[in-house]
Design a protein around this ligand. Structure first.
Ligand SMILES: Cc1cc2nc3c(=O)[nH]c(=O)nc-3n(C[C@H](O)[C@H](O)[C@H](O)COP(=O)(O)OP(=O)(O)OC[C@H]3O[C@@H](n4cnc5c(N)ncnc54)[C@H](O)[C@@H]3O)c2cc1C
Length: 402
């Protein structure tokens, strides 16, 4: 069976891997000149298996006026019809019941993903800077502590080792916290969470797949249209030529909607821009991954670098404010943890990427209503964390449908 995977981010390449294990002959198409060039390029690298809390929750509703007035520096909003449509669905998910269901659904995917990534690590011979770093989510107020307790028991009852630490306990886990400039009321600690570089993983997996001869990569190739007849997708237009196959899996992250709409399917994936800066470590660089919840900012230690990532801008595919947003991220990160990184280094690498967000925070995986057409998209803030499990599921859905 010939399967075309559209998109060569961490999700597309991992999908190709699992398809090859089902004996499929796979072609991966991407318009970029290399794999992992979209949101998978310089994300925070956190494998946040225990931190799957839904963004859509009742507390978000009370925060909307502040967002609209521009009072949250971690979020920018530009109202468009597409955002209103997506936002209406998102707001519908902001109930306690939905938040709990969505957190749990993503948690289950994340926990399976941890096992699958461990299997890939054992089986395949490439390095992607993987480390069992643990993760501390730093809380700055009693309200944040109370909100964290809401999901803690839910997670623990499903096998997570997450617990709440006092300030002193958090300092004992990560002595670099002594240098943090703001008050820490406590922290949520997940000892088993990991870090690794998703671009290195994607590139290493691509090289390995090419070497095995089961997967071909057509890079610098634009997929512009799906072609369906009698309820079945039988081709995709790539660089203006039809490419036929038995099945197609759309893994185009934030751009998935652009291709799927050509056959009338809307996956309700909205681009939410975030940023990262990669710097040399400072004299108090944390070893444990840490999230400053109030500032929507995370610090990860990746192979001798510190990567700081954050923000969530709902401005469509607009990139015009990238310079000011990465500068703000740098300034905030420096103010919050002045010795975590060498903020004055010459080789600071700023980056921006579009998270493919669904209203309920759950990825879209499996068969669409068009036969032969499958999706594996909408991984939002956790695409690296969830990629192995959703790709395993997408490949199985393709194999079972034929
Ligand atoms: C700042 C930031 C920090 C993050 N931190 C983390 C983290 O710590 N942990 C975590 O789990 N997740 C994190 N994420 C989320 C994660 O990066 C994404 O969910 C994930 O990378 C999505 O992967 P993907 O393969 O679906 O999409 P992408 O990596 O965006 O890949 C989509 C691909 O589709 C291709 N494409 C688009 N249009 C076309 C076309 N017309 N024809 C051909 N190809 C096309 C693109 O070139 C791209 O390569 C973060 C995201 C951001 C932005």
């Amino acid at each position: 069976m010939h399967v075309v995977v559209l998109g060569a981010g961490v999700v597309g390449v991992t999908t190709a891997y699992y398809l090859s294990r089902h004996g499929c002959d796979v072609t991966v198409v991407d318009r970029a000149s290399d794999v992992g060039d979209g949101a998978s390029f310089a994300n925070a690298g956190q494998l946040s298996y225990s931190f799957t809390d839904s963004l859509a929750k009742p507390e978000f509703l009370t925060h909307i006026p502040a967002l609209m007035l521009g009072r949250d520096e971690g979020v920018q909003v530009r109202l468009t019809p597409a955002l209103v449509t997506w936002g209406t669905r998102f707001v519908g998910q902001c109930t306690r019941k939905h938040a709990r269901e969505n957190t749990l659904a993503v948690l289950k995917i994340a926990m399976r993903s941890a096992e699958l990534l461990a299997q890939i690590r054992d089986a395949l011979p490439f390095d992607f800077w993987h480390r069992k770093a643990g993760k501390l989510v730093l809380l700055s107020s009693q309200a944040e502590l109370d909100a964290a307790r809401n999901t803690l028991e839910l997670k623990r009852s499903h096998g997570c080792d997450t617990r709440i630490l006092s300030r002193a306990e958090a300092m004992a886990v990560e002595p670099a916290l002594e240098q943090v400039s703001e008050d820490i009321a406590g922290a949520v600690y997940s000892k088993s969470d990991e870090v690794a570089d998703s671009q290195k993983f994607t590139a290493g997996l691509k090289d390995w797949l090419e070497a095995t001869g089961t997967v071909k990569f057509r890079l610098s190739s634009d997929a512009s249209k799906l072609i369906a007849r009698n309820g079945r997708t039988h081709a995709v237009v790539v660089d203006e030529e039809p490419l036929e196959a038995d099945a197609f899996v759309v893994c185009m992250g934030a751009w998935s909607h652009e291709l799927l709409r050509t056959v009338g399917i809307n996956p309700h994936v909205f681009p939410v821009r975030g940023y990262s800066i990669t710097l040399p470590p400072g004299e108090a660089a944390p070893s444990v991954s840490m999230t400053a919840l109030r500032h929507r900012m995370v610090y990860s230690r990746l192979n001798g670098h510190v990567r700081i990532a954050g923000f969530a801008d709902f401005r469509g595919f607009d990139t015009s404010t990238d310079n000011e947003r990465t500068q703000l991220l740098l300034d905030l990160a420096r103010r919050y943890a002045p010795h975590a990184a060498d903020y004055d280094a010459d080789d600071i690498k700023p980056w921006g990427g579009f998270r493919p967000m669904t209203p309920n925070g759950q990825p879209r995986v499996g068969q669409t209503r068009s036969k032969g057409l499958f999706v594996n998209t909408g991984h939002g803030m956790l695409g690296w964390t969830l990629a192995c499990a959703t790709s395993f599921d997408a490949a199985r859905a393709v194999a079972e449908a034929h």
